[in-house]
Design a binder for this molecule. Structure first.
Ligand code: CA
Length: 230
């Protein structure tokens, strides 16, 4: 089968590595396991996988270093696997270009959902990118980049200049977790002690205007302490 998605699994814990490979193969993916940093790097360049599942703590290096290598020439989706509860590691990995993260211990269903989502996003972006007419569409939400207007089910949503900029930026990164600092840098170009607060206030307004309801599936998810995902 030449059309299977190839997924590189860089994980030194053999139990977890076997589990992930088994799950992937069961869902019809081809798993390429690597047990350390150097092996992972070699297999990345020889296999050119469609997705990478990357453990951060490796015996001969840090997963983030492999991420840096990969991002030099590729936008292949990367899901970071982390046992660390420290949010700064996840934020660092996301700012380095990881698409998503899963914290150990994780459920099989959760990991596989992230895999599907990351692959879907990457197909979306490599295929169409921004659609030719310059609009973004997602479940009834339409963003018209040209006129800077936003609609839900054909009725216009009035956003402030800043709210629009934030929404537009998130939509261009849709499927990815975008960290607070990445958004702040994009929107305001600088960060000060009030930036996160300012962002949170704007986000609360955006989510309200988009009809966000707690416990429901919303356009923008809040990744507590990390950032937001469209
Ligand atoms: Ca590890």
């Amino acid at each position: 089968m030449g059309n299977k998605y190839k997924i590189l699994v860089v994980e030194d814990d053999s139990n977890i590595s076997c589990l992930i490979s088994t799950l992937l193969e069961a869902d019809g993916y081809q798993a390429v396991p690597a047990r350390n940093f150097s092996n992972g790097k070699m297999l990345y360049f020889s296999h050119r996988p469609d997705l990478i599942i990357l453990d951060l703590g490796l015996p001969d290096g840090d997963g983030t270093d492999l991420l840096r290598e990969v991002r030099k020439d590729s936008s292949v989706p990367v899901i970071v696997l982390s046992a660390r509860t420290d949010e700064t590691d996840k934020v660092e990995a996301l700012d380095l270009g990881a698409n998503d993260y899963v914290t150990k211990p994780f459920s099989s269903a959760e990991l596989m959902a992230r895999v599907r989502s990351a692959l879907r996003t990457s197909v979306l972006h490599s295929g169409a990118g921004d659609s030719p007419d310059g609009t973004f569409t997602l479940n009834g939400l339409v963003i018209d980049y040209g006129s800077r207007r936003v609609f839900i089910d054909q009725s216009e949503i009035k956003l402030t200049h800043t709210e629009y900029d934030i929404l537009s930026y998130l939509s261009r990164c849709s499927g990815k977790v975008v960290t607070y600092s990445a958004i702040i840098k994009e929107i305001w170009g600088y960060s000060d002690s009030g930036s996160v607060k300012k962002l949170q206030v704007n986000m609360a307004n955006i989510r309200k205007k988009l009809g966000a309801k707690p416990g429901k599936k919303n356009y923008i998810e809040n990744e507590l302490g990390i950032g937001y995902r469209m």
